[in-house]
Design a protein around this ligand. Structure first.
Ligand code: HEC
Length: 266
């Protein structure tokens, strides 16, 4: 029995050693330039989300009337943001069923309500700037952050299309240095023969927006997704600031009272 246990232990060690040795690529993400207290950015992000994402992805834990938190009034929501339903108290659902989604795209588009908590806002930001043209895939698009993704680049008319740039290096350090020099999203990937490749995207065909405009558009969208994943956090931040201000004032008064009390003793 003991011998078997030993053999199993050795086998496990070998397997885990091999698993560690298989190196995968490392992505260098650029930080998402977002500010969740900026209501105007969140309003633009909500508009971008309902116009460009809500036809495939749902946000079924978010109700339209919650958008009043962002300073949008009910009639604005009804007239400009509600395409899929007529009741302002309804959740942001879509007509597409998961079965249709699977049939059309191979993978059903996931619900995005808490996506920013799952992936993080930097990941989503880089995902939306990381699409490039790839004739080898079914959609004609591929992504640096999410290789072989089945989502097409739905914002390509705005952003234009990018092409993949690949540079090969003989050692890891040089590849790392080159990835840092890209100063934008880049992926360092191991290649056969102990070589390393740096992958990044470069503009190819221009779109309706300049790169800066597109990045601002995506930043608003990601800001909104981040807000939607945890709407109450904005209230917490505001309450927190008020509490700190209150404690600051209280401290000033307490100190002043203490000085008054001890004035005659010292
Ligand atoms: C034409 C349909 C369609 C539209 C429109 C669309 N997506 Fe997608 N999206 C998909 C599909 C399909 C997937 C699943 C991809 C996969 O797993 O390979 C996906 C995946 C994603 C993911 C990754 C989910 C994960 O964690 O695995 C994110 C983030 C995302 N979409 C964001 C967006 C945003 C933001 C928009 C609006 C700009 C948008 N999508 C518009 C079809 C769409």
């Amino acid at each position: 029995m003991k011998r078997y246990a030993r053999i199993v232990a050795v086998a496990l060690l070998v397997v885990s050693g091999v698993a560690c040795a298989v190196e995968t690529g490392e992505v260098r993400l650029v930080p998402a330039p977002v500010n969740r207290l900026d209501d105007e950015s969140l309003q633009r992000g909500a508009r971008n989300f309902v116009n460009y994402c809500l036809n495939c992805h749902s946000a079924r834990y978010m109700r339209y009337n919650r958008l009043t938190d962002l300073g949008i009034d009910i009639s604005m929501i009804q007239d400009n943001l509600m395409f899929a339903t007529d009741k302002v108290g309804n959740a942001m659902t879509v007509a597409m069923t998961p079965i249709q989604g699977k049939a059309w795209f191979g993978t059903p588009p996931p619900d995005l309500t808490v996506e920013a908590r799952v992936r993080g806002r930097d990941w989503i930001y880089n995902y939306l700037i990381g699409f490039y043209r790839d004739e080898k895939t079914a959609t004609g698009w591929n992504n640096i952050v999410f290789p072989n993704v089945s989502m097409p680049h739905v914002l390509w008319e705005l952003s234009g299309s990018n092409k993949l740039v690949e540079t090969d290096f003989d050692d890891h350090e040089r590849a790392e240095a080159a990835a840092i020099a890209v100063k934008s999203l880049a992926l360092v990937e191991p290649k056969p023969g102990n070589k390393w490749a740096v992958l990044s995207v470069a503009p190819d065909v221009p779109g309706q927006m300049t790169r800066i405009q597109y990045e601002a558009f995506v930043a608003d969208l990601v800001n909104y997704l981040d807000y939607m994943a945890e709407p109450a956090r904005n209230t917490r931040i505001h309450v927190g600031m008020f509490v700190l201000l209150f404690l600051g004032l209280l401290f000033a008064f307490a100190y002043w009272t203490k000085r008054e009390y001890w004035k005659d003793v010292h």
